[in-house]
Design a protein around this ligand. Structure first.
Ligand SMILES: [Zn+2]
Ligand SMILES: [Zn+2]
Length: 238
């Protein structure tokens, strides 16, 4: 066996129990060195109160979350990340997203299942974030929906990525620019689904990486009209 990331040989020790087990043997995909660098995120009291990334001393909110709070404080977005976005995680996500290597996705399955379980609320609806259709058709799948399907988590597939070319306009401020460049639209079918299913519910988005929060807030913008109790998100990394 070789490591998925560095091609280093992984030594597998055969255990006699395997002879008597009907379970499929799971071989490690990463070598010890790469695995050591996969750092799970744990919610701390010292991090940003919304996304838990590290903040400057004496503050409780990171600059990105502070920005979104200033724009619209009605819906604070809590983001739970599974891994710290370090080189190993970045490489795994890239391998999965750009090369379409589904072996890399396997490493996110159990942690995502655990995180969904941990953040589960009553009346919660899971909505995956979609990406540009060209990228998805090239890859043959949507990376987030792929993992959700693997772990058999039910979700509402309502967001559609609008790939019409963006008309350049002069915007007054960043808020206007973000709103008019919103790539998400709701299809007729999605609107029907939302109208019959969304009623005073919590929405939990699933996305790959949390960076500035623009994508998640654009997704929130198209859903705010549907009587939503709260928005949160789970991302593979931040
Ligand atoms: Zn390795
Ligand atoms: Zn934050």
């Amino acid at each position: 066996m070789t490591c998925l990331l560095c091609n280093e040989t992984i030594e597998c020790f055969f255990q006699w129990q395997h002879w008597f087990s009907f379970k499929q043997i799971e071989y490690p995909m990463l070598c010890h060195t790469c695995e050591q660098q996969l750092k799970l995120c744990y919610w701390t009291e010292t991090g940003c109160e919304y996304c838990n990334r590290s903040v400057e001393e004496g503050t409780t909110c990171c600059t990105d979350c502070l920005y979104w709070q200033k724009i619209d404080a009605t819906y604070p977005l809590k983001v739970h990340a599974i891994f710290h976005y370090r080189s190993v995680v970045e490489q795994l996500i890239r391998q999965f997203k750009t090369v379409g290597d589904i072996r890399a996705a396997k490493l996110f399955e159990q942690p995502l299942r655990n995180m969904i379980h941990k953040c589960q609320k009553k009346d919660q609806m899971i909505i995956p974030i979609v990406s540009h259709p060209e990228r998805e058709s090239w890859r043959g799948f949507n990376q987030v929906k792929y993992i959700l399907d693997q772990i058999q988590v039910e979700y509402m597939d309502v967001l559609t990525y609008d790939n019409r070319p963006i008309i350049k306009k002069a915007y007054q401020n960043r808020k206007e620019r973000i709103e008019s460049n919103n790539p998400f639209i709701l299809s007729e079918e999605a609107i029907c689904k939302l109208e019959s299913h969304l009623n005073n519910q919590h929405v939990c988005f699933i996305d790959d990486v949390y960076t500035t929060g623009t994508t998640l807030h654009q997704a929130m913008d198209v859903l705010k009209q549907y009587n939503i109790k709260s928005f949160s998100a789970i991302t593979l990394a931040h």
